[in-house]
Design a protein around this ligand. Structure first.
Ligand SMILES: NC(=O)c1ccc[n+]([C@@H]2O[C@H](COP(=O)([O-])OP(=O)(O)OC[C@H]3O[C@@H](n4cnc5c(N)ncnc54)[C@H](OP(=O)(O)O)[C@@H]3O)[C@@H](O)[C@H]2O)c1
Length: 274
């Protein structure tokens, strides 16, 4: 997982607390930050304010941080669009990206993600045009890697086949009921893609709260959330957390300090509490 952080702090749904929470996360030790130019769920300019303040106050190096943002098709936006609604999608990508750089106060982004295909099955002409515009940003050195989110295996295969610049990251909601997105994870491993998992806790309430997991947590003297994040990490997933709680931030980063044995990994992966 070279050139990728071991844990990513996600900035969705924080509204006017975005700046203070991102600052807190950076101070706690998160090196990866995920956002999107999608005002409906993210406050990207507040993320930029936090990063600037953190770097100036700590004399920190931008190079240590991993900044990731997204282009969101019009269907995923509300009325606060980061581009002209009638512009061709390739221009919308350009406009959205220029705005992201302004919001984040940076001149490059480590990872630029297509927030999701515009259709449920296959990839549309709009998706391919958006991807081509993202490839141009990569060519110009403005983004260091491309990624795709909310994607099925079938769509990922299509993208890998047709892309001139292939994605490096896949960011998906990770359901225990799909064996923690097993098919896509395996595909990623085989194709040198890094899988980022979100909703690891919120999409999997039953297992997170189960006595089965509590028992494993007790055995390792960790919390059930720490077990899930560590489990995900050992499966090859870069976990995302969007916690608003300082103790949880510290807990989450502590997954660096222990590991689960193979037997427990298999037990969790094969478990059917969902
Ligand atoms: N690509 C996409 O379409 C997409 C979609 C959704 C999310 N994301 C990304 O993923 C990030 C994370 O989102 P998420 O869906 O995984 O949910 P989340 O925002 O991280 O929510 C986690 C929930 O679990 C609770 N929690 C309890 N113990 C925790 C612990 N130890 N660590 C962390 N949380 C704990 C949190 O409460 P406390 O706040 O009290 O800890 C919170 O209510 C987002 O901010 C966003 O960047 C991307």
């Amino acid at each position: 997982m070279k050139n990728s952080p071991d844990f990513i702090y996600g900035t969705a749904w924080k509204e006017d607390k975005t700046k203070s929470l991102v600052l807190l996360a950076l101070r706690k030790g998160f090196l990866g930050i995920d956002t999107a130019n999608q005002r409906k769920h993210y406050n990207e300019s507040a993320v930029g304010e936090a990063i600037s303040e953190f770097l100036s106050k700590t004399n920190g190096s931008r190079k240590r941080l991993f900044l990731q943002t997204k282009f969101t098709h019009i269907g995923g936006q509300d009325q606060r669009l980061p581009y002209e609604p009638d512009a061709p999608v390739s221009e919308q990508v350009q406009q959205s990206f220029v705005n992201s750089l302004k919001h984040l106060r940076r001149d490059f982004i480590d990872s630029y993600i297509l927030h999701g295909p515009s259709i449920g099955v296959g990839l549309s002409e709009e998706d391919w045009k958006a991807w081509a515009a993202m490839e141009s940003l990569f060519d110009n050195g403005k983004v260091k890697a491309l990624g795709i989110s909310n994607i099925s295996l079938e769509q990922l295969r299509l993208l890998m086949k047709g892309a001139r610049i292939r994605p490096k990251f896949v960011q998906n909601r990770c359901f225990a009921s799909r064996k923690w997105d097993r098919d896509i994870r395996i595909f990623c491993q085989k194709n040198n893609l890094t899988y980022q998992g979100f909703s690891l806790l919120t999409a999997n309430h039953k297992i997170v709260q189960s006595s089965f997991l509590k028992q494993i947590a007790q055995q390792y003297q960790r919390t059930p959330s720490q077990i899930i994040f560590r489990f995900a990490y050992q499966l090859g997933i870069i976990p995302l957390t969007g916690t608003s709680n300082a103790t949880h931030m510290a807990d989450d980063l502590e997954i660096r300090d222990f590991s689960l044995n193979e037997d427990d990994i298999r037990k969790i992966e094969e478990n059917t509490i969902y």
